[in-house]
Design a protein around this ligand. Structure first.
Ligand code: HAM
Length: 415
């Protein structure tokens, strides 16, 4: 029987999981600093949740969703992202109300599923951390979201990244621009790639971020959304920029940044890293002022972002090179004779009660083999219990770094 993990998924083995914990700890630390609370939602949801929010014409919904019907015949989807799920939960549990007009939520290492072509930094099961800030309409919320993302990258020591920013305008301004864009694309239809020809009708905004050189040539002269922003849109976007500038967060404006999900309005942003190669987006996000209402909640503005944990780790590994787990074991307790085994068991427990990490040999191996194991586990000290020690009611403690040895009475550990 040769069963393997599904294509596009990865086992996170002990040699890797400590790195995941590092990222998760950084997210928790930054969330505490910003005053965000964690939310966890189910891995599957009713499929219509994502169809309605992300948009039927997007790649995520039309090509990449894992859909299934349960035994009751209802259609579900493994979640492809968390924003829609968090909004669903916030509406269902009335997290936004007159008394609590703002909810600062974050998620950490949450699995998502998209049926994509796997490559470095692109998987079918991938994990995200991110925030959803529900309630505030002002530019401070957009800037806070970006500062949160940057705060995590800084906390992790990631520095080589670029922040790109754009405004997708409010609903009315975007509708006017969309018509102009479609008219322009129709004029140049035959010069566009096949994919963009289809998108001209189904999802014209996505033509703007096509990587195909034929599309790029046409897009250069397309009507720019920036020119159609309303006065309020423009002021909002300028204020976001000045808040970022004042906090020393560097960014560039990218008028072609449109994002792949339909729910955005006004500010959108992406953070990219050159360390990543083709899939260079570390995180992405933006404002989605209409989504909560669209999903049956009260009209509530919101903004958020999500970052891919796998991609953050690829970027970190690039920086750290041969990155090793330095978290060593405090103590390895060696029973040098069979009589010492129960004492070793008790001593390891006593050390743990003193907040030390301690292990013992569980395979009744020789003294030499136990020493080898202590070395392999990078124990800071070995605690040796031989005949001599047992007779004296003591233990020999050897510091592995210096080779220094001392005897200690066992009595002291039993208290
Ligand atoms: P997204 O751009 O689809 O946005 O994904 C955000 C991040 O998740 C990407 O920048 C990337 O790091 C990671 N990611 C996406 N797909 C994959 C994949 N197949 N393999 C590995 N990593 C991947 C969203 O998901 C929005 N919900 C973000 C958001 C939150 N907007 C507002 N609030």
């Amino acid at each position: 029987m040769n069963i393997q993990a599904p294509r596009g998924t990865k086992d996170i083995l002990p040699s890797e999981s400590w790195k995941w914990q590092l990222v998760e700890d950084a997210v928790r630390t930054v969330a505490r600093k910003f005053g965000y609370d964690e939310i966890r939602t189910p891995i599957f949801e009713q499929a219509k949740l994502f169809k309605r929010s992300i948009g039927e014409a997007t790649d995520v919904v039309s090509k990449e969703m894992y859909l299934f019907s349960d035994k009751g015949g209802e259609e579900f989807a493994l979640r492809p992202e968390l924003t829609a799920a968090v909004v669903r939960a916030a509406v269902e549990h009335s997290l936004i109300s007159g008394q609590a007009p703002c909810a600062r939520l974050y998620y950490n290492s949450s699995p998502n599923f998209r049926y994509e072509k796997p490559q470095l930094g692109r998987q079918r099961q991938f994990h995200q951390f991110g925030t959803e800030l529900l309630g505030p309409a002002g530019p401070e919320a957009d800037a806070e979201t970006i500062a949160f993302a940057i705060g995590i990258f800084n906390e992790l020591g990631l520095s080589a990244f670029n922040v790109r920013l754009n405004s997708l305008a409010s609903r009315e301004a975007r509708a006017i621009w969309r018509e102009k864009l479609v008219a322009y694309l129709r004029e140049h239809l035959s010069a566009l790639s096949e994919e963009s020809q289809k998108r001209t009708e189904s999802n014209p905004i996505r033509v703007l971020d096509s990587k195909d050189p034929r599309d790029k040539a046409i897009v250069t002269n397309a009507p720019l959304l920036a020119e159609y922003l309303s006065q309020e849109d423009r002021e909002h976007f300028e204020q976001v920029q000045s808040l970022l500038n004042a906090s020393g967060i560097r960014f560039t404006i990218d008028p072609y940044l449109v994002r792949g999900l339909d729910y955005y309005s006004r500010t959108v942003f992406e953070v990219t890293s050159e360390a990543l190669g083709a899939q260079d987006s570390l995180c992405g996000g933006g404002r989605y002022d209409y989504l909560i209402e669209q999903l049956g909640g009260p009209a509530t503005p919101a903004v958020g972002f999500a970052a891919g944990v796998e991609r953050v780790l690829i970027a970190l590994e690039k920086i750290h090179g041969d990155w090793d787990n330095s978290a060593a074991l405090d103590a390895f307790v060696i029973a040098a004779t069979p009589d010492a085994r129960p004492v070793a068991f008790r001593l390891a427990n006593a050390l743990r009660a003193q907040q030390q990490s301690a292990t013992i040999d569980l395979q009744q191996r020789s003294f030499k083999a136990q020493m080898r194991e202590a070395n392999r586990l990078k124990a800071n000290a070995v605690y040796i219990l031989g005949e001599d020690e047992l007779r004296a009611g003591e233990v020999t403690v050897k510091e592995m770094a210096t080779g220094e040895q001392r005897r200690m009475p066992l009595e002291g550990f039993w208290r």
